[in-house]
Unconditional design. Structure first.
Length: 190
């Protein structure tokens, strides 16, 4: 079974919306506006590219990343990796042609089936709504969280407010950096 890893820049109050300057969110760009850049804090991002074998995205994140990431040197390892987009509305004509193999999945059952295939870890970037659905369905195996020392208030959150049974996590890696960022890697106990 493949490991499904959710990776996120997240505020202390759980917001994941607009970390890189995406338009339409009041606090957009919060990862770099008031936080000193400490390269060591982002080591995990490079490691994720080396260790992952596929990317899983929701429609909104795919439509935000696909026009930009294929030509970015920072994301070069992702270019040739298979990509999976969970969407009920995207069509093959909506997919970009310069970002490698991309498959549209129509349901969480198809994500569960993908996890049963052979291969390495699958990484989920962005995709707040998808992350919530995957978590609620018990499909996420690991979280890579870079926690920023900010309270953003309103905004899309990584975790849903669904009333569900307790989901236990095991901290397997953590570090705190001079700028207040915390790296927390949790395995989900299934």
């Amino acid at each position: 079974m493949r490991t499904l890893i959710s990776t996120a820049f997240i505020s202390l109050d759980g917001v994941v919306e607009g970390p890189g300057g995406e338009p339409g969110y009041r606090n957009s760009g919060w990862t770099f506006k008031d936080i000193e850049f400490v390269p060591d804090a982002f080591e995990i991002k490079g490691r994720e590219q080396k260790e992952s074998s596929a990317i899983l995205l929701g429609r909104v994140s795919y439509q935000a990343f696909s026009p930009v990431w294929p030509d970015m040197e920072d994301f070069a390892d992702y270019k040739t990796m298979p990509k999976y987009v969970v969407s009920t509305t995207l069509t093959e004509n909506d997919l970009v042609s310069n970002w490698g193999e991309t498959t549209i999945l129509r349901s969480l059952d198809q994500v569960a089936a993908l996890k049963e295939t052979e291969g390495g870890p699958i990484i989920v970037h962005g995709s707040a709504a998808l992350n919530q659905s995957l978590s609620d369905a018990g499909l996420i195996d690991r979280y890579h969280l870079l926690v920023f020392p900010l309270l953003l208030g309103a905004g899309k959150r990584l975790f849903s407010t669904t009333d569900k049974d307790t989901q236990k996590l095991k901290l397997v890696e953590s570090e705190t950096y001079s700028n207040g960022l915390q790296k927390n890697v949790f395995d989900v106990i299934h």
